[in-house]
Design a protein around this ligand. Structure first.
Ligand code: SF4
Length: 422
C-alpha cells in the first residue's frame, strides 16, 4: 500500500499493473549506461526514444524522453488515476520541456482533481476542463496552459499552498478539507510514498528543512516494510542520523545513490544494515585521502549537523522553522474521507481495537475516523517531541544555544536569530 493513487488517497490500484516496470522497460531503448558522467558505474539514467507526441506545441514530433523514474511515473501517473504509460511519458516530456518539476506537477494536479471531484472546482471554474482522476487529456491541456500562464493552468501553477489560499478567498470549498487533502508542507509538494502507515516517514517528510521530499530521510522501508525502528527513540535516532548523513553528500558534492542502492555482500548481517557501514567507512577513507585531514564517521555527522542546524536557523529567520511549520496535512497520516476509511476498514478497525483500545463494533465510520485521527495526530506530536530532543532543539523546534555551542555553530548572527525564540 505504498503507491500514491488519486491524490494520495490510496496506496494501490488494480490498474497499476499497466504501468509496471516491465512495461516501461520495453519502451526504454537505451541498452547502455547513460549517467551524469562517464565514470559513474551505476549510470542510473534511461530514456524513451522516437516517442511521438500527441499534444502541445511539439505535436507529431518524435522526441527523446529522459525517464520516467519511479517518482515521475507515480506523480503524473497513478496519483492522477492515469495508468497509460504513453500518457505518463508525454507528461514527463512536457514537464521537462517546460521546466516544471514532475513531482510537484503530479501532486498539484492530484489536489486539483480531488477538488474537481468534490465540487470545490467545476467546469465553469476550470474554464471547461473536466479534471476528473484519470483524464489524461485534461492533465495535458492543464500543463500546456500552465506553461503559457493561462486559465486554470495559471492557478494550478501557483502550487498547492497558494491555491488553497486562492480557493478560500474565492469562497470555494471548506478550508479544513483543503488543508487535509493539500499535500504540501513548507510550500513544497509531497513526493511519492503513502506515509499513512509509517510514522517515521511522516517525520521524514514534514520534519525537514526543505519540505516533504525523499532526500533528507527516506525511512519508509526501514519503518513500515522491515519494522527496524519500532520505538519513538528508534525513529527519532533515524530522523537525526539519516538527514545528517544525507546532507553530507551535498557538502562534498557526491551522488548518494551508490551509498545504499548497491549493498556490499554481507551488509544485511551487520548490526545496522540501513547505514551500509562498509560504505560509510569507504567515504571516511576517501575524505581523508583527498583532504589529508583527520576524519571519522562521527565527524562526518557533526559536519552535517553544523549545516543542518544553520539551515534550520535560516528557515527560522525566514519565518518557517518552528514546530507549527513541521505540521503535516492529515492525508499524510490517515484517512481524510469515509471512502478511504472504508477501503481499508479491516486494518483501521483492527488498529482501533488493538492499539487505541476503542471497540469499533457498531460505530459509524465518522466516529471511527475521528478516534483514529486523534490517535494518529497525538503519535505525530510525540514523534516531534522525540526528534527535537534528539536533534538538540527546544519543544518548539529551535536549536538551543547549548547545542549550537556543542557543534561549533554559536556564531553571533545565528545566536541573535534563535534568541528571539528561546
Ligand atoms: S548514480 Fe548518481 S552519478 Fe550515477 S548516473 Fe545516477 S544520479 Fe548520476
Amino acid at each position: 500500500d505504498l503507491l500514491p493513487t488519486n491524490n494520495f488517497k490510496f496506496g494501490s490500484h488494480p490498474d497499476a499493473v499497466k504501468m509496471h516496470s516491465d512495461i516501461f522497460k520495453k519502451m526504454f531503448a537505451q541498452g547502455t549506461p547513460d549517467g551524469c558522467w562517464i565514470g559513474c558505474n551505476m549510470g542510473c539514467a534511461k530514456a524513451v526514444v522516437n516517442f511521438e507526441l500527441r499534444t502541445g506545441p511539439y505535436k507529431g514530433h518524435k522526441v527523446l524522453v529522459d525517464g520516467p523514474e519511479y517518482e515521475t511515473a507515480a506523480s503524473v501517473g497513478s496519483n492522477l488515476g492515469i495508468f497509460d504509460p504513453e500518457d505518463i511519458v508525454e507528461l514527463n516530456f512536457y514537464c521537462d520541456t517546460y521546466g516544471i518539476d514532475t513531482i510537484s506537477f503530479g501532486t498539484i494536479v492530484g489536489f486539483v482533481m480531488e477538488c474537481y471531484e468534490n465540487g470545490v472546482l467545476n467546469k465553469e471554474r476550470t474554464g471547461g476542463l473536466e479534471l476528473n482522476f484519470g483524464n489524461a487529456d485534461a492533465a495535458l491541456e492543464l500543463i500546456h496552459q500552465m506553461s503559457r500562464g493561462e486559465g486554470m493552468g495559471k492557478i494550478a501553477g501557483l502550487g498547492i499552498r497558494q491555491m488553497k489560499k486562492y480557493f478560500v478567498k474565492q469562497g470555494w470549498g471548506d478550508p479544513k478539507f483543503l488543508q487535509d487533502i493539500g499535500m504540501e508542507n513548507k510550500g513544497l509538494e509531497y513526493s511519492m510514498y503513502i506515509s499513512k502507515e509509517s510514522l517515521a516517514q511522516q517525520g521524514g517528510y514534514a520534519m525537514t528543512n526543505k519540505g516533504p521530499q525523499h532526500d533528507e530521510a527516506w525511512l519508509i522501508f526501514m519503518d513500515m516494510v522491515n519494522n527496524l525502528i519500532p520505538t519513538f527513540e528508534n525513529k527519532a535516532e533515524a530522523l537525526h542520523y539519516f538527514p545528517m548523513f544525507r546532507t553530507w553528500f551535498g557538502l562534498v558534492g557526491l551522488c548518494k545513490l551508490p551509498w545504499n542502492d548497491i549493498e556490499p555482500e554481507g551488509n544485511s548481517k551487520t548490526p545496522e544494515p540501513a547505514k551500509v557501514p562498509e560504505h560509510v567507512d569507504n567515504y571516511v577513507t576517501i575524505y581523508k585521502a583527498v583532504t589529508g585531514k583527520p576524519f571519522d564517521k562521527d565527524e562526518l555527522i557533526r559536519m552535517s549537523e553544523r549545516v543542518y542546524n544553520f539551515q534550520r536557523v535560516f528557515n527560522i529567520r525566514r519565518g518557517y522553522g518552528q514546530r507549527i511549520h513541521d505540521a503535516q496535512p492529515y492525508r499524510a497520516a490517515g484517512p481524510v474521507t469515509a471512502e478511504e476509511y472504508t477501503s481499508r476498514a479491516d486494518r483501521y478497525d483492527k488498529q482501533l481495537k488493538e492499539i487505541v483500545g476503542f471497540d469499533p463494533a457498531g460505530k459509524s465510520v465518522e466516529e471511527k475516523m475521528a478516534v483514529l485521527r486523534k490517535h494518529r495526530e497525538s503519535q505525530y506530536e510525540k514523534l516531534l517531541d522525540a526528534v527535537y530532543k534528539r536533534r538538540g532543539w527546544t519543544p518548539n523546534g529551535i536549536p538551543t544555544i547549548e547545542h549550537l555551542k556543542n557543534i561549533g555553530m554559536d556564531l553571533p548572527e545565528v545566536v541573535e536569530v534563535v534568541n528571539k525564540y528561546l
